[in-house]
Design a protein around this ligand. Sequence first.
Ligand SMILES: NC(=O)c1ccc[n+]([C@@H]2O[C@H](COP(=O)([O-])OP(=O)(O)OC[C@H]3O[C@@H](n4cnc5c(N)ncnc54)[C@H](O)[C@@H]3O)[C@@H](O)[C@H]2O)c1
Ligand SMILES: O=c1ccn([C@@H]2O[C@H](COP(=O)(O)OP(=O)(O)O[C@H]3O[C@H](CO)[C@H](O)[C@H](O)[C@H]3O)[C@@H](O)[C@H]2O)c(=O)[nH]1
Length: 329
Amino acid sequence: MTVIVLGGAGYVGSHAVEMLLKKGYDVAVVDNLVTGHRAALPLDVRFYEGDVRDHDFLNNVFAKEKNIEGLMHFCAYSLVGESMEKPTMYFDNNVGGCISILETMQKFDVKHIVFSSTAATFGVPETSPITEMTPQKPINPYGESKLIMEKMMQWQSEATDMTYVALRYFNVAGASSDGHIGEAHKNETHLIPIILQVAQGKREFITIYGNDYKTSDGTCIRDYIDMEDLINAHVKALEYLKAGGKSNQFNLGSSKGYSNLEVLETARKVTGKNIPSILGERRPGDPDELVADSTKANNILNWHAQNDLEHIIENAWNWHKNHPDLYDD
Ligand SMILES: NC(=O)c1ccc[n+]([C@@H]2O[C@H](COP(=O)([O-])OP(=O)(O)OC[C@H]3O[C@@H](n4cnc5c(N)ncnc54)[C@H](O)[C@@H]3O)[C@@H](O)[C@H]2O)c1
Ligand SMILES: O=c1ccn([C@@H]2O[C@H](COP(=O)(O)OP(=O)(O)O[C@H]3O[C@H](CO)[C@H](O)[C@H](O)[C@H]3O)[C@@H](O)[C@H]2O)c(=O)[nH]1
């Protein structure tokens, strides 16, 4: 039985492929490489290059991969700032891709899908930490597109016998512990990899966006989740669905928040580098604090984050040091 990983050449998807293979699953990967890297995948994995919005392409893949027990779906555009400038591009790819995937699942009677949602579906929450009962009120097209995807999955699961799990990631970071794959976004905007690029000497300084937020030191607070913990949750979610679990949604984080300055200090400690920083303006659309309450994932999936921020940065630093040019493609 096969698991198809859609978006498997991306940052999160490539770590999912690695863990599924390690655990003995048969894996096939679909990716159009718009932001992904072929080099992030093992050479011998079955790889289909194409766009999930292309119905004929996806039909051909599903027809070839006969015994599909489930999908993991990572394909998306996922930059908040870019989504504010190009909303239709985000709805086209994220929602359009989801329509095509759900239709193809139905046609080929594929029963289960685990997919990436995001803390960005919550917008600026009124309370913290954020549970699954917290109202979802996205404040940008990216978060809105992911909320629409969640709702499409829900309606489709009511209309057919497919089941899904939406995993709402908080801030994903880190790399595989053996150091051979890691975060290699073509257009990097995330805090930890940018800080590590400064530590490597590839950038002069990190700009910390704003210090007048309603937090202890004035900088934003985020909840960082380790890549390997995150992928573990995907495997548990797939097994939960295969065992007959009902469609569900889970918030995934460590349940502990770190301010941007605390992240910077931890990176200085891990790398032993000075890492110069300057203070900049607030970045539009940044909530003060996003911290997950992952009790539900613990109760139902028997999942909790095991690795702390220091471990996350150690693995990320290991990857960045050993891959100064990231992937070569
Ligand atoms: N990285 C984070 O902190 C974070 C947080 C919350 C949610 N997410 C979600 O997790 C998922 C993976 O994120 P990532 O950081 O690995 O991003 P990524 O850009 O590295 O990976 C996305 C992958 O999907 C592929 N893709 C995109 N559109 C496609 C299409 N139409 N057809 C085929 N392939 C397509 C890309 O080429 C890429 O390989 C995304 O859905 C993102 O929204 C990420
Ligand atoms: O150069 C930088 C980059 C980021 N930041 C700050 O660092 C914090 C974290 O920013 P990231 O860009 O690393 O991550 P986000 O919190 O914006 O977003 C990430 O986590 C979200 C959920 O929490 C969504 O899932 C989203 O897709 C994902 O990119 C924010 O306060 C941001 O302003 C800086 O100060 N300087």
